[in-house]
Design a protein around this ligand. Structure first.
Ligand code: PLP
Length: 338
């Protein structure tokens, strides 16, 4: 099976840029959902914690349990609490779900400032506070999410303004119930849209992993990609001119060519749509269809670098780096390098 190599140096470099941008490590929450975007959540949790990061964000309770020991607090975005854990907080995504939480659970109220995906509308703020109190919950934060912070448009501004305008009212309500709130709205792109960080925390995912892409006219922090995917050679052969390679023979050798198979396929997250139209960063061409557990390349290297920047691989498939990373097989070997 292929190997994922993680660069310690790149991760530290990215964390330095983020910490500098937000004015300290204390404000960083690392987003570790979906196996830390394929990087391996425990590996990234350990490294971020050693760096001094105190907060993490995941989707599921199960993910939170895996990494809880490394952080002071873990925010769970997509599940309702099944038990009360002193380090966990849960995003409240709708008014209706409040009554399904156990008493004593710590929650953060998600406001729909314009993405219209999850969260309560600003008009429901008072009702939400009353419901949380009635349910015996402890609200520790108010949050929202940008829908287009990576794009040069007014969208970032009006969502930012809607969120900021709600803060005084939320603080006032929280005081009535004896709660202390933290505020956070920014993902990676949002974090780099403005040079002042007016919130208590930012939730950074893709920037941490070095694959943030902003509109060319927006700030371009020089992140470094943390993850590279490597294949190990299974078998080599000389394919004669005119012979075809792999399922359906979609690649035909023009000359005699050394072609080897490597031990990663679409079951490991190598998107099959890249078949026959991808070259590695070293310029080595992928030949023929990607199979479930193998892919063929014009190479006889023992160990082959398949990609070291998920955005570049994504481009050959017509998707985004996020999807390539999040779909990397959990069973791939993962190891730190330098
Ligand atoms: C995934 C996610 C993030 C992180 O987004 P990036 O663009 O990877 O920084 C932040 N907040 C929420 C609610 C998310 O779902």
């Amino acid at each position: 099976m292929g190997t994922i190599k993680l660069s310690r140096e790149a991760l530290k470099h990215n964390l330095d840029i983020i910490a500098h941008q937000v004015g300290g490590k204390d404000k960083i929450a690392v987003v570790l959902k979906d196996n830390a975007y394929g990087h391996g959540s425990v590996l990234i949790a350990q490294a971020a914690s050693r760096y001094g990061v105190k907060h993490a964000v995941v989707r599921l309770e199960r993910e939170a349990l895996e990494i809880a020991e490394y952080f002071d607090g873990v925010l769970i975005l997509g599940e309702i609490a099944t038990h009360v854990h002193p380090k966990f907080s849960y995003a409240i995504n709708s008014l209706e779900e409040i009554e399904r939480y156990p008493r004593g659970a710590r929650v953060e109220l998600k406001i729909d400032t314009g993405m219209h995906r999850n969260g309560i509308s600003p008009q429901q703020l008072e009702e939400a506070f009353a419901k949380m109190a009635e349910q015996g919950l402890v609200c520790i934060g108010m949050m929202s999410h940008f829908r287009a912070a990576d794009t040069l448009s007014s969208e970032w501004y009006w969502q930012r303004r809607t969120f900021d305008a709600l803060k005084p009212k939320a603080l006032h309500l929280a005081e009535q119930y004896g709660w202390k709130l933290r505020f956070h709205i920014s993902n990676s792109a949002g974090t780099f849209r403005s040079c002042e960080c007016s919130d208590d925390m930012v939730r950074v995912g893709i920037a941490l992993y070095g694959c943030l892409q902003m509109d060319p006219t927006l700030p371009q922090p020089a992140f470094k990609s943390v993850l590279s995917l490597w294949g190990n050679r299974i078998a080599s052969r000389v394919v004669k001119a005119g012979q075809r390679v792999g399922y359906n023979g979609i690649y035909e050798a023009q000359n005699d060519e050394v072609i080897s198979t490597y031990d990663v396929g679409y079951a490991n997250g190598l998107d099959r749509l890249a078949s026959n139209r991808f070259s590695t960063p070293e310029g080595i061409a992928l030949r023929g269809r990607i199979s479930m557990d193998n892919a063929a390349f014009s190479s006889d290297k023992e160990e082959l670098l398949i990609f070291d920047n998920a955005n570049e691989y994504a481009r050959s498939v017509g998707t985004i780096g996020y999807e390539i990373l999040a779909c990397l097989d959990k069973d791939l070997k993962r190891e730190w390098v330098h």
